[in-house]
Write a protein that binds this ligand. Sequence first.
Ligand code: KIV
Length: 281
Amino acid sequence: MTTVLDVQRFKDEGRRFAVLTAYDFLSARILDEAGIPILLVGDSLGMVMLGYPTTLPVTLEDMLMHAKAVSRGARQALLVGDMPFMSYQVSVEQAIASAGRFVQEAGMHAVKLEGGGPVIEITRRLTEIGIPVMAHLGLTPQSVHSMGGFKVQGKTEAQAARIMADARALEEAGAFSLVLEGVPSALAASVTAALNIPTIGIGAGPATDAQVLVFHDVFGLTTGKAPKFVKRYANLAEEIGRAAAHYAEDVRTGAFPGREHEYSANGSTPAKEREEVKYGA
Ligand code: KIV
């Protein structure tokens, strides 16, 4: 199983690695079997799974339900649960209680928190009690309203200096990795060079130690125009749409079910081992 020690070794040995989001049993099992070393149960699920316009409405209970399903599907990957808005901002005690639920109830191995400032102390405390923390700076979607929208961060010298200072402080507080989202490539390169822990980029250029993308973006399950930083590796929405139309047509014309899909009373067809009536095998 991938651990936080492996992740540090990847950085030390200069081995770049991939991270993907996963939100359910099925996606976790597929990505785990494909050898993706870190699966993030991101609060992006609010947008891609639950249809909200931002991640802000996502609750701790929503996250725990999806995290539990992911942990049932994965065997090898390091599993990271994303702490949703208002599950850690109130106090260090609240953050510890929420993070504890991700580990104890949902089988996560680590948690992710957005931001610097007060999150630095929370990171220190969680690390001290044995809950590894993935930090997250740059475009932090839970702050969408104070950023004035989903906008690239760190473009001014002052913003870049703030991100660099927070990155160093989060590493010092014990974070085992740092997500850099929506920042100029040059800033991501400087932060990556300055830190000993791995950086994981999304819309942060090629210099970070790892890359993370959202499941629905990578596999073409979102249908709108993909953001600039996304590379699509499949077009599953189109494929599923075509398959659904084909299925409907087969049902309409009687082409499905065929002989091979039927059960008979005398047991002569189909073969005995295919008689179990069970979904999802
Ligand atoms: O919520 C999420 O999926 C994330 C990643 C995109 C980094 O925070």
